[in-house]
Design a protein around this ligand. Structure first.
Ligand code: ASP
Length: 720
């Protein structure tokens, strides 16, 4: 018997360890993971990683630009992130003559660092568990509306208390589907300047061909600097601002990594859904993902033709293209991954166990007996509505002129009110002018006409005839179903097709303007589609709210059922820690990917002739001559490596950290076979991809000639 217990126990531990790479952990609670982390080789304490009172690694991790992560790597506020995270800022600083996106940029001193208006960097000052305070104020008989109102009220009080007499911001966030709540106090800097952008041949090496793919050779980094007022506090841009002195910055490891080394990723993962029922997984892999892929396929084809038309169009559309292509490719990997990992079967097996568990006690049956059944019915209701939403938002509003025209609906509604004050209209007209400037800066009518003609066909064909807006049907009949003729009509008649016309209209916006706009064919079509969508999906808020209630129950039940398991909450763009090991993987039979790539692969890919593997002669020759300095080991310069950490979008730019807390790389992607980790994690096939910090430093120093920046960094040659 004793033997059996020991055996079962060992099995359990192995199980726990095998699955332990899954998870995005709240730094405040990292104490619960530290033993596991140390068993994997980590030599840090929980306080080294997160400490609200003293400086800790968390003080060197920032949310970059709202949707990415960055790490502070110098005593003077240098922030390292991905090239694809700095992309928008670099694009805005680029012109045809000074094309930093293509050619790269390196400031040779601080006066050459380029202000990037709109870009922000946010530190987490502290995290607090406020679950008890919130849950204690809720009563079980409250309706969902009352409950949400109460949560919002207390959250707002907590947030106000937290930032009193400071320049901080605070936000209470819901975790585990409303079962727990944490307060995040943050500090946001607004004067961020570009220091180094590699040429896109390096920063985006491999382009879409290699996106989500291993083996990888992308130098996906860019370097910015945080500026602060003289008091080291956040300040709006001013020439008088000074480089920010951080509480903490990463020491950089020059030793690099080897297989099985401990690795951890500290950052702001965006969104995962690991605890949803089989019916929701089914909807993702068999409806949502495939629909969106089909629509984006077409959008990308049209944009690609535009990009190859001229340099002007390329500059305007490349960032949009990349944005659309990124999720498009991920969804395809996700479908494949979920299928080959038998995700549906796994969920169903769990649900059978779950149902048995609920049946074991009257109390459970009462609390959770109906949960799964309810969720299944709700997802069955949501599925067709989510399809309508995809075809409306991705296809119909994929036509840029329609989205732009639709953004005038509030102004029109306001101007039609009797009691409206002129200053309210003036304010909205001012905003609309700014929107118009922004819209036309990156707009090409030829590309959009093509979008109109093709996307409205799939919008029309995807909907039941009775679900199409009346205006659309009328026009469809008028042009005998020929969307090219319909687009000809809209683009020649609509003011929204011309910057001059929109600005002229806004410049003399008066009593008759709303009427005129309502008759505009682009506006008429956009508002018909939008109103039609509202009417068809009237029940969606109610369904979503019911799903929220049931998911809260289901989440609580899953945690009750597996009481011994340490659960991590789904990603929600808050600060998290993922950890694991440096490791290769075997995606399919006969394939064995090793954990790293080197500069050798850059030449190999270049020689394929694919234009996405273009590399300037200068870099190729440096690689050829092994001009690597101290960044290489035995003349080998490592470019990227893999770890088993659980990451997602938002983790782009996250520091990858070794056992001693030093920076070894910058996270930028995941492998194709493992993108399903947003829905279900597999320790065998899910890997995150990082660019080796020594490759980044080599590019900054040798390729860009900005080696002087290394003087403000702390480099370490400790063997880990
Ligand atoms: N490259 C990815 C992204 O930008 C990062 C990830 O999802 O792992 O979405």
């Amino acid at each position: 018997m004793k033997k059996l217990i020991v055996f079962v126990f060992t099995f359990l531990i192995i199980q726990l360890h095998a699955r332990a790479d899954e998870g995005m952990w709240i730094p405040l609670l990292i104490g619960k993971n530290i033993a596991d982390m140390q068993a994997k080789g980590c030599r840090l304490s929980a306080e080294d990683i997160y400490n609200a009172n003293q400086s800790s690694l968390k003080d060197a991790v920032v949310q970059f630009g709202g949707g990415c992560t960055g790490e502070v790597i110098s005593s003077q506020g240098l922030v390292l992130t991905n090239h694809h995270c700095g992309y928008g800022a670099i694009q805005r600083l680029s012109t045809l003559e000074k094309d930093y996106l293509t050619n790269g940029y390196a400031a040779m001193n601080k006066t050459e660092e380029l202000p990037s208006p709109g870009l922000t960097v946010t530190f987490v000052v502290r995290i607090e568990d406020v679950t008890k305070r919130i849950l204690d104020s809720l009563a079980s008989e409250m309706t969902e509306v009352q409950r949400n109102k109460k949560i919002a009220d207390i959250s707002s009080t907590i947030e106000k208390e937290a930032v009193k007499e400071t320049h901080y911001d605070a936000k209470v966030r819901s975790f585990f589907y409303g079962n727990e709540f944490y307060l995040f106090v943050t500090e946001t800097f607004k004067d961020i300047r570009l220091v180094v952008a590699p040429p896109s041949a390096i920063g985006n090496f491999g382009g879409e061909t290699d996106n989500w793919i291993w083996p990888r050779h992308t130098g996906d980094f860019s370097l910015f600097r945080i500026y602060a007022g003289k008091d080291n506090k956040p300040a709006d841009y001013s020439a008088d601002n000074v480089p920010y002195t951080p509480k903490k910055y990463f020491t950089i490891s020059m030793t690099g990594v080897k297989e099985d080394d401990f690795a951890m990723v500290y950052g702001f993962p965006g969104r995962t859904t690991e605890y949803i029922p089989a019916s929701a997984v089914d909807m993702i892999m068999n409806s949502t993902d495939p629909n969106r892929v089909a629509i984006r396929d077409l959008r990308l084809k049209i944009m690609d033709e535009g990009i190859h038309m001229s340099d002007t169009v390329r500059l305007k559309y490349l960032p949009k293209y990349k944005g659309i292509a990124n999720a498009y490719k991920k969804w395809q990997g996700e479908i494949l991954g979920l299928k080959s990992f038998d995700a549906l079967e796994k969920k169903k097996t769990f649900e059978t166990e779950f149902t048995k568990w609920t049946q074991q006690s009257g109390d459970r049956l009462k609390k959770y007996g109906n949960t799964l059944h309810q969720l299944d019915s709700l997802f069955a209701l949501a599925r067709p509505l989510s399809r309508i939403s995809d075809y409306t938002n991705e296809a119909a509003f994929g036509v840029e002129i329609l989205g732009f025209a639709n953004s005038f609906s509030e102004l029109i509604a306001l101007a039609k009110k009797d009691s409206v004050k002129q200053n309210e209209i003036d304010l909205m007209v001012g905003n609309a002018k700014k929107r118009a400037e922004g819209f036309f800066k990156d707009y090409d009518e030829r590309v959009d006409r093509e979008m109109f003609a093709e996307l409205l066909v799939i919008y029309r064909d995807s909907m039941k005839s009775e679900h199409l807006p009346q205006y659309f049907k009328t026009m469809n009949q008028k042009f005998k179903g020929d969307m090219f003729r319909f687009s000809e009509y809209v683009f020649s008649k609509s003011v929204f097709a011309s910057k001059e016309k929109v600005l002229a209209l806004l410049g003399s916006f008066g009593k008759s303007s709303p009427k005129k706009l309502e008759k505009d064919p682009a506006y008429a079509l956009a508002s018909a589609i939008s109103e039609n969508y509202d009417a068809l999906t009237l029940r969606l808020p109610e369904i979503n709210s019911a799903i929220a209630i049931q998911m809260r129950n289901y989440m609580a039940a899953q945690r009750e059922m597996q009481a011994q398991k340490n659960f991590y909450p789904d990603a929600n763009l808050t600060l998290r820690i993922a950890f694991g090991k440096v490791k290769g993987y075997r995606p399919n039979d006969g394939m064995n990917y090793i954990y790293r790539t080197t500069t050798d692969g850059i030449g190999e890919k270049f020689r394929t002739g694919n234009e996405e593997f273009y590399m300037p002669e200068k870099v190729l020759s440096m690689i050829d001559k092994k001009n690597f300095g101290t960044y290489a080991v035995n003349d080998t310069l490592q470019v990227c490596f893999l770890t088993t950490s659980h990451t997602t979008g938002g983790n782009s730019g996250s520091p990858v950290i070794n056992a001693g807390g030093e920076l070894i790389g910058t996270n930028f992607d995941r492998v194709w076979e493992g993108t399903m980790s947003d829905v279900m994690f597999s320790p065998d096939r899910c890997r995150n991809i990082a660019v080796d910090i020594r490759y980044t430093l080599w590019v900054i120093d040798r390729v860009e000639g900005a080696g002087y920046l290394l003087n403000e960094m702390k480099l370490s040659s400790l063997k880990m």
